[in-house]
Ligand binder design. Structure first.
Ligand SMILES: *Cc1c(COP(=O)(O)O)cnc(C)c1O
Length: 339
């Protein structure tokens, strides 16, 4: 089945007379004894329904966690690597966790974020997955509609479900997806004993959100495809987007990705002060952290002290939403033209 169909069709109750089309939210801790599950820290219906969709989209076995960071920490706890190879620029939370653990550089675990946050570099996943170590790919920026790392040879995919997968900036969840079902079982055990389980309401909302992933993402990508080259025509900004021919990973992005992420980087002339003014003067684009929602947001990443010093202090990360393109363009244009 096409991935667009999977987002809609997977994770539904069996079709029986009077069965609901959607898994209802199940607020329950204990279930009547005698079945496979008796206590919902072990496994819960709403989490399982979302996992069926994400697992089918990625081509693996998905385990839902209470946040993207919980999923990332679970990977380090379950795999217990003695060494890690990682990019210098990656999501600041992941970098902080890897720094904390003081893991030496080495081949045990290859950590990939592609496209990376916030510098939008693309990694050749098939090429880095050939070593003896485990390859883990943070697929948050691409989503499984943009790229399927397990099919390219990666062992584990992690997601911040808080972003595109849920898509409405109204919840925090994360997920691990494994090529090997036995490894996925280890993550389930870790989740059960670690106790950082997703709540039923969040899982239900995430499933409701992922139903429209294909239309949301395609609409946002279509707008990014217009906004990026139009912005690049201005001589007062540099545009960073893997879909543009001058991006260092353009050819790789086209070869590896089915859809390029609708996240753009913008480095305006005038440095940090002008970048900050631009973020504060848009009206439609909301000045906010996070990304991947239906609403367009923008943020100067270095305003966070935890962001890598290798990121340009003037870099603005734009998350293109699904509003009408003309309105997005007019608002950005006005902010860039402001004195
Ligand atoms: C947001 C994000 C995370 C962290 O996920 P949370 O759901 O906020 O815990 C991890 N990786 C990337 C690439 C992200 O953008």
């Amino acid at each position: 089945m096409d991935r667009a169909t999977i987002t809609v069709a997977a994770g539904r109750p069996a079709a029986r007379p009077e069965a609901p089309l959607n898994e209802p939210v199940e607020f329950a801790s204990a279930l009547t004894a005698g079945g496979r599950v008796e206590y919902t820290r072990h496994d819960a219906r709403n989490s399982r329904a979302f996992e069926q969709v994400l697992g089918a989209l990625e081509g693996g076995d998905a385990v839902l966690f209470s946040s993207g960071m919980a999923a990332i920490t679970a990977v380090l706890e379950v795999l217990r690597p003695a060494s890690v190879t990682r990019p210098t620029v990656l999501y600041s939370g992941t970098r902080a966790v890897l720094d904390q653990r003081q893991l030496p550089q080495g081949p045990d675990l290859i950590w990939v974020e592609s496209p990376s946050n916030p510098d939008l570099r693309v990694t050749d996943i098939a090429a880095v997955s050939t070593g003896s170590g485990m390859t883990v790919v943070d697929n948050t920026f691409a989503t499984p509609l943009g790229q399927r790392p397990l099919q390219l040879g990666a062992d584990v995919v992690v997601h911040s479900v808080s972003k595109y997968l849920s898509g409405h900036s109204d919840l925090i969840l994360g997920a691990v997806v494994c090529a090997d079902p036995e490894l996925a079982e280890q993550f389930r055990t870790y989740r059960e004993l670690g106790g950082a389980i997703p709540g039923p309401m969040e899982a239900w909302l995430a499933l409701r959100g992922v139903r429209t992933l294909d239309v949301r993402l395609r609409r946002a990508v279509a707008s990014a495809e217009v906004l990026a080259p139009q912005l690049a025509q201005r001589d007062d900004v540099q545009v960073i987007w893997p879909g543009l021919p001058d991006h260092p990973d353009h050819a790789l992005a086209l070869a590896q990705m089915d859809l390029i992420t609708p996240i753009l980087g913008l480095i305006p002339t005038g440095g940090e002060p002008r970048a900050q003014r631009i973020c504060e003067s848009t009206r439609l684009w909301r000045h906010a952290t996070s990304l991947g929602g239906v609403e367009s947001t923008l943020e100067r990443r270095r305003r966070h002290p935890a962001e890598s010093e290798q990121v340009d202090p003037a870099l603005i990360r734009l998350s293109v939403g699904i509003e009408a393109l003309d309105d997005l363009w007019d608002d950005l244009q006005a902010a860039l033209d402001a004195p």
